[in-house]
Design a protein around this ligand. Structure first.
Ligand SMILES: [Zn+2]
Length: 276
């Protein structure tokens, strides 16, 4: 598997960097993790195959706002007309893309799409019905997408947030979405190759909102025994801040610590060798 960050910021885009969105690709499968502002444009810049699925960690705008844009792109790929005066119709040979959502999200997304009707081409209003095939997951669920398994577990955030563990036969990647410190993250990441962890705060959260500091992320990586840690969801586009977080994490976790760099593909690490 390869990980390609498309954005790396908490909150809204800044300094030319997009919010949350990460492409994970195996030889057969492409899964987008979250779709915050700016992700649709970054995704369109990659010469990538059609997505196999989109996973949404939680319903905050920095993780979902580009879903409508991506859904309309996927829908447009399914529309054909026999000549330029003929009505648009669906090409049923192009499949819808599974959209894995937290419970209750589907109705809200349908409402969002309905706010912008296209009276002359009603098919264009139906990004979430015809571009995507929505599925509201349950924490604890494991899904198969192509040659990958996706294990979904609830972590700790002010909006219900699930992390996900993607695995193929060779490696595994765990993505936190947004979370505070929780044993559930260590359990989800146990023995994984790469932990892609949010690193929003300078110090451990005491507000109850639910974010990690780089030291928190490093302790989770250490406790879980992952091979490598990749930090993301920074509160600033300043690369000096990103390096500060990396150095702070590296003082806690003895494996490699990376910084999510949009557009730069990174092989997902194999699990650590356990010596008998
Ligand atoms: Zn966020």
């Amino acid at each position: 598997m390869h990980l390609t960050p498309l954005g790396c910021l908490a909150g809204m885009p800044a300094g030319g960097l997009a919010s949350s969105g990460y492409l994970v690709e195996s030889s057969q499968t492409s899964v987008l993790l979250d779709a915050g502002p700016g992700i649709a444009t970054r995704l369109s810049a990659l010469q990538t195959r059609r997505l196999s699925a989109v996973f949404v960690s939680h319903e905050h705008t920095d993780h979902i706002l580009d879903l409508l844009v991506i859904g309309k792109r996927l829908l447009a790929d399914r529309l054909v007309r026999e000549d330029e005066n003929a009505p648009l119709c669906l090409d049923e040979s192009v499949p819808r893309v599974p959209l894995l959502l937290p419970r209750g999200a589907t109705a809200k997304l349908h409402t969002l799409a309905s706010l912008y009707p296209v009276a002359t081409h009603p098919l264009l209003d139906q990004a979430f019905e015809l571009g995507f095939e929505t599925h509201e997951y349950e924490p604890g669920e494991t899904l198969a997408v192509g040659d990958l398994s996706l294990r979904i577990e609830q972590l700790r955030h002010v909006a219900p947030n699930c992390g996900v563990r993607l695995a193929d036969a060779h490696s595994s990647l765990v993505y936190t979405g947004d979370t505070g410190v929780t044993d559930e993250l260590v359990d989800l990441a146990s023995g994984a190759g790469t932990l892609l962890a949010e690193s929003t705060l300078r110090d451990t959260d005491t507000s109850g909102h639910g974010h990690l500091s780089s030291s928190d992320a490093a302790r989770a990586a250490d406790d879980a025994g992952v091979t490598e840690l990749v930090l993301t969801h920074f509160s600033s586009p300043d690369p000096v801040q990103h390096r500060w977080h990396r150095d702070r994490a590296a003082s806690v976790f003895d494996g490699p610590v990376g910084i999510a760099r949009p557009g730069i593909s990174h092989p997902v690490a194999a699990p650590r060798k356990v010596l008998a």
